[in-house]
Design a binder for this molecule. Structure first.
Ligand code: FAD
Length: 294
C-alpha cells in the first residue's frame, strides 16, 4: 500500500504513479445540529487506514464551509494525512471564495476540489462564477493550491450530451484542474469508455474512479434519484434479493465494491476515490480487501 504523509506536506500529484493505483477517501462534515467533534473518532479511524488523502465535502449552497476547513485541517495537521477541501462557487461571490481560500491557507490546506455545486431552485445562483472552470481559473490565479476537478463517467445531468460534457471537462483541465475525481458509478465499463473519451479529447491528467459501497436500502433509493448512475443487472439483482436483510445487504454491497475495485486496479486506473459515507467499518473492509493489490 502507498506510504502516507508523515510530518511535511506531500504534493498529491506526486502520489500518482504509473502502474499503481492510489486509494483516497471522501468524508462529509457532521449535520449543523451536531458538534464538529462528533466526527473526530470517524476521521481518526479512517486516517488509520492509511489513505493517500482524504477529501472533505462542502455544504450544498456553500453552507458550513467553516466545517469543511476545520475537518480538512484536523485530517492534515492532527492525523497527518494529506487532505483536500471541496469548494463550490454557484452561490458564492468572488470575495466569499477568497475568504474561504484564505482560511484554507491559514490552516495549511494546499489542495482544493473546485466545484460549481448543484443549482438549488430556492437559492438563486450568484453571478461571479458560472462554471467550475471559472472557479478553477480564479483559484489558479490566486495561487498556492493544487486544484482537482469533478468528472462524470455517465455524463453530468445538465450536459447536452457526452461530447459537450467532455469538451467542457477539457476547458476545466485547461483552466487549471490538475487531477480529476469521478462521480460514483456501478458499471466499470462506463468508466473505461469515459477514459477513452478523455484520451481522445486530450485530457491527460490523473482521473480517479469514484466508488460508493451501497450498504443500506435508503442509500440505494438516494443514489438512483440523486446521481442517475446506471444500475447493472448484477447490482440490481443483489440489491433486490437482500434489501430486507440489512447484514446481508451490507456484506453484498461491500463485496460488490471490492469486485469493482479489483477490476479497476487490474485495468491500471490512476486512483480509486472511496465515498466512505463516514463509515470506517465499511472503509476498513474494502481497504483490507484490496490492500495487497495497491
Ligand atoms: P461544472 O464542471 O461546471 O459542470 C456542470 C455542468 O456545466 C456540466 O453539464 C458541464 O458540461 C457544464 N459546463 C462546465 N463547464 C462549462 C463551460 N465552460 N461552458 C459550458 N458548459 C459548461 N457538491 C457540493 O455541493 N459539495 C461538494 O462537496 C461536492 N463534492 C463533489 C465531489 C465529486 C467528486 C463530484 C463528482 C461531485 C461533487 N459535488 C459536490 C456535486 C457537484 O457540485 C455537482 O455535480 C454540480 O452539479 C456540478 O459541479 P461541477 O464542478 O462538476 O460543475
Amino acid at each position: 500500500m502507498q506510504s502516507n504523509l508523515v510530518g511535511d506536506t506531500v504534493n498529491i500529484l506526486d502520489m500518482y504513479k504509473k502502474d499503481k493505483t492510489l486509494l483516497s477517501f471522501e468524508v462529509f462534515p457532521p449535520k449543523k445540529t451536531s458538534p464538529i467533534e462528533s466526527v473526530y473518532g470517524v476521521l481518526e479511524e479512517l486516517c488509520s487506514l492509511n489513505p493517500a488523502y482524504v477529501s472533505v465535502t462542502y455544504g450544498a449552497g456553500g453552507t458550513a464551509s467553516d466545517n469543511t476547513c476545520a475537518i480538512a485541517s484536523k485530517i492534515k495537521n492532527d492525523y497527518k494525512v494529506e487532505s483536500i477541501a471541496h469548494i463550490t462557487c454557484v452561490n458564492s461571490t468572488k470575495s466569499q471564495v477568497e475568504n474561504a481560500l484564505n482560511s484554507f491557507k491559514e490552516h495549511n490546506i494546499e489542495n482544493v476540489l473546485a466545484l460549481r455545486g448543484d443549482i438549488v431552485p430556492d437559492l438563486p445562483p450568484q453571478t461571479d462564477f458560472k462554471h467550475a472552470s471559472d472557479l478553477t481559473e480564479f483559484i489558479k490565479k490566486i495561487g498556492g493550491f493544487h486544484i482537482a476537478g469533478a468528472c462524470y463517467p455517465e455524463v453530468h445531468p445538465d450536459a447536452e450530451d457526452d461530447i459537450s460534457d467532455i469538451i467542457n471537462l477539457k476547458k476545466k483541465v485547461d483552466a487549471g484542474a490538475q487531477f480529476l475525481i469521478s462521480q460514483l458509478f456501478f458499471d466499470n465499463d462506463s468508466f473505461y469508455k469515459f477514459l477513452k473519451r478523455c484520451q481522445l479529447a486530450g485530457i491527460n491528467v490523473p482521473i480517479e474512479a469514484g466508488i460508493m459501497p451501497v450498504v443500506n436500502k435508503k442509500q440505494i433509493q438516494r443514489m438512483v434519484s440523486l446521481c442517475g448512475a446506471s444500475l447493472p443487472a448484477k447490482f440490481s439483482r443483489i440489491m433486490n434479493r437482500y434489501e430486507n436483510n440489512p447484514e446481508a445487504l451490507r456484506d453484498a454491497g461491500i463485496a460488490y465494491a471490492i469486485d469493482q475495485c479489483v477490476d479497476l486496479i487490474t485495468n491500471g486506473v490512476s486512483g480509486i476515490h472511496l465515498y466512505t459515507m463516514n463509515n470506517p467499518y465499511v472503509a476498513r473492509r474494502i481497504t483490507d480487501g484490496i490492500s495487497n493489490l495497491l
